[in-house]
Design a protein around this ligand. Structure first.
Ligand SMILES: [Zn+2]
Length: 69
């Protein structure tokens, strides 16, 4: 009896999952006016879906991608 021994396969899988989550680029909407990430969807009539900054009320179709590591 060794108690609760975790198989090597499981540890390997955990490592791979952690690597994948670290390498994944997360898209973050950032306001070009004030740099806030407090951005919400804003429905435009002719322009389609836009985004609105909750901090400065800027409305536009801005999407800025940031890679978080
Ligand atoms: Zn803003």
């Amino acid at each position: 009896m060794n108690g609760s021994e975790i198989p090597d396969d499981f540890i390997e899988l955990e490592k791979k999952m952690e690597e994948a989550s670290h390498n994944r680029a997360i898209t973050v909407l950032t306001c070009p006016d004030c740099g806030s990430t407090n951005v919400t969807y804003y429905m435009g009539l002719k322009t389609g879906v836009q985004y609105q900054c909750k901090d400065c009320d800027y409305v536009g179709t801005f999407i800025i991608e940031q890679d978080k590591e």
